[in-house]
Design a protein. Structure first.
Length: 200
């Protein structure tokens, strides 16, 4: 049976991707460290990584996803705040934080986690921290280069991108190529439309 590498994610609107591209350009101009930058068109908010999955399981995963999002209305999120993992002295990953209705987002992620656990996908070992990965340092980066990049991140002002509405969660396919990953949406589960507010 053919297998595909899959994950569950929220895709970003073009305006947010533009802001991330501009931020990357500023950081690239000031950083000498060997960094692999993530193409902004490929940046997304990962909710759950599934790994290699048989193609005949896509329908049951989509059904579990559809079930998990029921009862959750559209989310309003905002992209803001630069940070690094694991710490500024030993930078490995550069990320941008996500704010807004993050508690509602965390509850949604837990529901997705629970639904997929019933299909045999093990839960994540660490707590869900919503973030967007901007860059990864290459293994050859020296401790000094990692620390300098950490200082640059700490000194860089990042204006929050406009808030955006999340109306669906997607099952994504990741195809690894020498030029970088290619992501394809396999299916989508729509969140509930919020009820219109009564006018005074």
């Amino acid at each position: 049976m053919e297998q595909v590498r899959c994950f569950i994610a929220i895709e970003l609107p073009d305006g947010v991707k533009r802001g991330l591209r501009e931020l990357q350009s500023r950081l690239k101009a000031d950083s000498q460290a060997p960094v692999k930058w993530v193409d902004p068109d490929n940046i997304h908010l990962t909710l759950k990584f599934l790994g290699n999955v048989a193609t005949d399981r896509m329908d049951e995963i989509t059904a579990a996803l559809t079930q998990a999002v029921q009862g959750t209305t559209y989310l309003s999120l905002e992209v803001k705040e630069l940070g690094v993992f694991p710490n500024p002295r030993r930078v490995q990953i550069v990320w941008v934080g996500v704010s807004g209705e993050v508690e509602k987002l965390a509850r949604l992620q837990q529901r997705i986690e629970s639904g997929l656990r019933m299909l045999g996908f093990p839960p994540e070992g660490r707590r869900f921290t919503p973030h967007l990965t901007l860059a990864r340092l290459r293994d050859r980066a020296t401790p000094e280069e990692r620390a300098r990049l950490g200082q640059l991140i700490a000194d860089t002002e990042f204006e929050a991108a406009p808030s955006f509405i999340v109306d669906s969660v997607n099952l994504m396919k990741s195809q690894l190529t020498p030029e970088g990953p290619i992501y394809t949406r396999l299916s989508s589960a729509a969140l509930d439309k919020p009820l219109p507010t009564a006018k005074a």
